[in-house]
Design a protein around this ligand. Structure first.
Ligand code: AMP
Length: 215
């Protein structure tokens, strides 16, 4: 079973990916995480990736496609994969389809998550994340505060603030989503694999997703 998420920044694709991967034994492939690792390299390529991410614009298709091909072509003991953050535009979707055809695989579900602009902005501005287990918290929303400031409740690793989680970069990331990624909704609707999941509460959203998969 292979899954894709289409969602604006902070709509919950990372959170849902973690819940789903554990339940269905799927590999969680976050292109944002792959790029954050690549951006740590002190090379011209690493610096270029870092600067694009900090601006909130999409990293070149060629770079991301190479990272993805490596990941999807390698041996895996999982029951499938979740792509969190890919595709971000139609070109990437076409490329994915060609690659999966070659590998004799297909996408079963595309989950479309959404939330209004102000909610997303508040989630981004207050968000801190655990780089070890991927858990996310929000310092501006009491319900989502970590128990101990700066420490992950789940694995006790130190929490970090992503350098692109600020108001200015959020606006660019959201605009990029509207321009580049929204056309993917029609694209996957036409293939009859798109499921729109409504709701702001992570547990409710998760329940709706598992209902679709299990039925
Ligand atoms: P994310 O962790 O999914 O919010 O992604 C963070 C940033 O990584 C984005 O704002 C982009 O700059 C870059 N990025 C992630 N996935 C992709 C992709 N599929 N194509 C191009 N850039 C990407």
């Amino acid at each position: 079973m292979n899954i894709i998420f289409i969602a604006p920044p902070a709509a919950g694709k990372g959170t849902q990916s973690i819940k789903i991967k554990n339940n269905y034994n799927l590999e969680h492939i976050s292109t944002g995480d792959l790029l954050r690792i690549a951006a740590e390299d002190n090379t011209p390529l690493g610096k270029k990736i870092k600067s694009m991410m900090e601006k909130g614009v999409l990293v070149n298709d060629e770079i991301i496609i190479e990272l993805l091909e490596k990941k999807l072509s390698s041996e895996s003991n999982y029951q499938g994969f979740i792509l969190d953050g890919y595709p971000r535009n139609i070109k990437q979707a076409d490329y994915l389809e060609a690659l999966l055809n070659k590998l004799n695989k297909k996408i079963n579900y595309v989950f479309y998550l959404n939330a209004d602009y102000e909610t997303l902005k508040q989630r981004i501005v207050g968000r801190v994340v655990c780089p070890a287990c991927g858990a996310t918290y929000n310092l501006l929303v009491k319900e989502y505060n970590p128990i101990k400031e700066d420490v992950c409740d789940k694995c006790h690793h130190s929490l970090i603030k992503r350098s692109d989680d600020n108001e200015n970069t959020f606006k660019n990331r959201y605009d990029s989503y509207l321009t580049n990624s929204l056309p993917l909704i029609e694209y996957y609707k036409n293939k009859n694999i798109l499921y729109e999941i409504k709701g702001n509460n992570a547990n409710e959203v998760y329940e709706r997703i598992t209902n679709i998969i299990d039925n």
